[in-house]
Design a protein around this ligand. Sequence first.
Ligand SMILES: [Zn+2]
Length: 384
Amino acid sequence: MTVWDELVGQDQQLAPLRNAVADPVAMTHAWLLTGPPGSGRSNAGRAFAAALQCAEGGCGECRECATALSGTHADVTLVRTEKVTISIQEVRELISAAQSAPSQGRWRVFVVEDADRMTERTANVLLKSIEEPPARTVWVLCAPSPQDVPVTIRSRCRAIALRTPEVEAVAALLVERDGIAPELAYQSAAAAQSHIGRARRLARDPEARARRDQVLALATEIRGVGDAVLAAEDLVRVADEDAKAATEERDAEEKAQLLETLGAETGGRLAPALRAQVRQLEEDQKRRATRAKRDVLDRAITDLMSLYRDVAVIQTGASVPLVNASHDGHIRDLAGRTALADTMRCLDALGTARERLAGNVAPLLALEAMALELRPQTGAGRSR
Ligand SMILES: [Zn+2]
């Protein structure tokens, strides 16, 4: 299995990257990888980094490949931010690191996974290094769309536009690579809307499937004001737990590592100057937890949108496959007892909730308002 195999259904899109690995003439110092969520833009960035370090051009087996993919390769820097923006200070540090020659690999590669999270000012600092790149340095910027990065940067990068792979291609990967049963693989790929990581998690983790089912059930369970308020509380609580589970282990590891670097024994007393560093780390971790929680909530809302989209498919008689085929019964039931206008209103409410969350409205407030809109507005059960 090579480093490229995970990126299913985009051979054509990835060809320029693969050519650049094989042929120095096709190489360039700055790349911009764009594509919708789930198109694998950061995975593609990492695969490219690995392929550039690997003697075999990305065999997927050797030490270079493994360390480049996980971000521990000495000459590969993966830049991921948990904050709303990448700070100018962080970019300055990257640029100064970019000045030194690769320590062991053939290239020094910087993969900026959220290049869209840079302010214009920060981007301008980066621009200098992209315009006059030190020899052997490669910048790989990832963003949802080219418009998400300043035009000055965009115009100096070679653009690669990735797309969302077909559900069938993602399902086939789950079957081949993870040994998932074909039916479950298809269901998971469809439910994840072709997001490979999410599809794999759904396919392998029954709890993740159960949580998703719980979220979808809200569409039919919310009847009155009381249900709506409880549902919003539930969603926020589940998001808290999910985010906690995802970050807790990493937090503890990071802290232990920092203390070790600082030469402090665990449980011992720290000099004031060192304490500040620990506090800084703790603040970063808190921000990361907040973002993780928002991401979980955003996914829950996206899942609900996929359900209402399915309801609309039935109501309009469109002949496209359902995202949530395993919930066929509920979807048809809901489609039968509501009108298309209701479905559209619910989709609007979900979209508004996403915007509010992104705009830093308190999650519980945003979700309560959303849940209230999801109540049936016609027929029985309007008030209770
Ligand atoms: Zn390799």
